[in-house]
Design a protein around this ligand. Sequence first.
Ligand code: GLN
Length: 196
Amino acid sequence: MQIAVIAIQGNISEHINSAQSTLLAMDIQATVIPVRRSGIIPSCSAIILPGGESTTLGRLMEQKGIDTEIKKAASSGIPIMGTCAGLVLLAKDGGEQVRRTGQKLLGLMDISVDRNAFGRQRESFEVPIEMPILKSPYNAVFIRAPAITRIGPDIEILARFETYMVAVKQGNIIGLAFHPELTDDQRIHHYFFSLL
Ligand code: GLN
């Protein structure tokens, strides 16, 4: 089995390491592949879309033809996880900033997001959040994070922080405003790979 980590820009090595160690701990035989070009995703069983800069990521994925491959893979039902900028790319609607700049999104989740929702004073922070899918609080790392401001009827809320939704699921697609690859806590990756 092959797991794709989109490796165009952002927290790539951290995601690869977290995925590899979680798969090992779960005793799942799989190779984690950094994906920089088209032609690899069709043979992968799950896709991780790391954080970074969603404008750049979206543009480069389109140039390389990776965006259409991800959309096709999503319609086949394989698990996909987007974190931070990856969450922005998964959204159908990116709010005012995305509309103004004409930024390209994959539009795979029926949600609206607000990029950089937490503002300058709180660009980066770590906070314990409650997640119904986990038995105890999870320390979430937010870095210039987006927030989810609207959800459609098929969306399950996995976590909230203050007035925002910060983790959601739609079928086999998970979107997180925070960075599970930046902590040693593997529970989110574990949950993701349990969807395989
Ligand atoms: N603020 C970035 C964006 O909207 C995301 C930040 C991140 O992925 N850490 O693209």
